[in-house]
Design a protein around this ligand. Structure first.
Ligand SMILES: Cc1cc2nc3c(=O)[nH]c(=O)nc-3n(C[C@H](O)[C@H](O)[C@H](O)COP(=O)(O)OP(=O)(O)OC[C@H]3O[C@@H](n4cnc5c(N)ncnc54)[C@H](O)[C@@H]3O)c2cc1C
Length: 397
């Protein structure tokens, strides 16, 4: 054994760093983060658009966001670093009655869970926020002023630095290659730089989480999904102060990033892959889509070197799985954030630490009950839910 630790965290991205921050803040300081890259943040964390929102449709996501956005607003006080939280809002733009109905139903759920500042907006409200928008087919939408953006890398650094000040260690350039168990209990991990003895291992390996879970014999339904971002050159034809604008027609969305604009759109069918190649022809396609919604984007210029693809880590119901793995004592999961891992990083670190230290999530109920409710409503669904010690899994037999 080269090392021992009370808790080993596999993956030094934003989620692993938040778990270390929260564990050490609760007094568990013998924590070791193991990261296979030479520096932290090279996984999904660095590829994120940094959007944070509380406008969700389920209690657990709303509560995760409320905790996290409050945390981001006090990030410097709590960690000593900036999160670059910009509360510019998220604007959902509806083009069908079904979208308006969905947003209205969500606002009720949101208000019931303490999120009371989400407003229904009219087409005129939307035009006043972004006068250049093509509003011909817009029916209205929803806006929450405390939603916005953070800088994911700064957040990760804030968590990791404070955790290190409190005693956590980070082992870089070390790939975890195995998880040792004995009689169904975690005993340690094997890495490319030697073994570490520990009674508790947390899987915070982002898109690679399923591979890590497999090392402990756990079947984890988390898959990698490629998503692309296109960053325009400086562009002054739309307001400098913009919310994240989400066109509900097909999910096309954009926001300001410095003097330029960050554009995102998912076209076509989802395919699980670890391939993060960025296809330059996508730029033309997304610009064509962007011009339909905001015609002045016809004048936007894009340098392909400022575009990239990264990986979402998705679960079948697009909700994270946080808590103890059912099959192996001492093995914990903080996985499957499905495009929300940055915005939920404060809450996921807290809840994962509570599971590890207290045996239950104390601040936010992360049990995914809605999965079971869905199953009861639709018994023909060819999947079943396994809920063990509060962790909901959805399997296809
Ligand atoms: C294009 C794009 C846009 C996004 N936009 C948003 C957004 O607007 N808002 C939002 O909240 N989220 C967004 N996301 C999602 C978000 O980036 C992720 O959910 C989040 O970064 C997950 O963080 P993580 O720490 O779990 O994973 P990662 O950052 O991927 O960290 C996992 C780490 O594990 C390490 N690792 C893997 N295997 C091993 C091993 N065997 N041994 C040691 N280390 C290992 C990896 O090297 C990596 O550093 C976006 C993602 C993409 C790709």
């Amino acid at each position: 054994m080269i090392e021992t630790a009370d808790v080993v965290i596999i993956g030094g991205g934003i989620v692993g760093s938040s778990i270390a921050y929260h564990l050490t803040g609760m007094g568990c300081t013998n924590v070791l983060i193991i990261e296979r890259e030479a520096q932290q943040g090279l996984g999904s964390t660095a590829k994120s658009a940094g959007g944070v929102r509380a406008q969700f449709a389920t209690a657990v996501n709303i509560e995760m966001s409320r905790y996290s956005i409050d945390f981001f607003s006090r990030f410097e006080e709590l960690t000593g670093n900036t999160a670059q939280y910009r509360p510019h809002g998220y604007l959902f733009v509806a083009t069908r009655q079904a979208h308006l109905d969905y947003l209205a139903a969500n606002r009720q759920i949101q208000a019931a869970h303490g999120l009371t500042n989400v407003q229904a907006v009219t087409r005129d409200d939307i035009v006043s926020l972004i006068p250049q928008i093509n509003s011909d087919d817009i029916l209205g939408g929803s806006f929450c002023p405390t939603d916005g953006f953070v800088d994911p890398y700064s957040v990760m650094v804030g968590f990791a630095q404070r955790a290190k000040e409190r005693g956590a260690r980070v082992l870089l350039d070390a790939e975890v290659t195995g998880i040792k168990t004995d009689s169904g209990k975690v005993k340690g991990v094997e890495t490319s730089r030697g073994d570490v003895a520990t009674p508790a291992v947390v899987n915070a390996a982002g898109p690679w989480a399923k591979l890590i879970a497999g090392m402990a014999g756990v079947a984890l339904p988390v898959e990698p999904l490629r998503r692309k971002l296109v960053h325009t050159q400086a562009f002054d034809r739309i307001p400098m102060h913009l919310p994240m604008v989400i066109d509900m027609t097909d999910g096309f969305h954009f926001r300001r990033e410095g003097a330029g604009v960050l554009l995102a759109w998912h076209e076509g069918k989802d395919e699980f892959t670890f391939d993060t190649t960025f296809d330059d022809e996508f730029i033309e396609r997304i610009l064509t889509r962007a011009v339909e919604r905001v015609p002045v984007f016809a004048d936007a210029e894009v340098n392909p070197r400022r575009c990239w693809a990264g990986l979402y880590e998705v679960t079948p119901d697009h909700h994270a799985i946080i808590g103890p793995a059912p099959e192996v004592a001492g093995f914990y999961l903080a996985n499957g954030f499905s495009g929300h891992g940055v915005m939920h990083s404060p809450a996921s670190g807290l809840v994962a630490a509570e599971w590890i230290l207290y045996g239950e999530p104390r601040t936010i109920d992360v049990h995914v009950r809605h999965l079971r409710e869905k199953l009861e409503h639709d018994p023909s669904e060819p999947e079943f839910i396994l809920t063990v010690r509060g962790v909901g899994y959805r399997f296809r037999p």
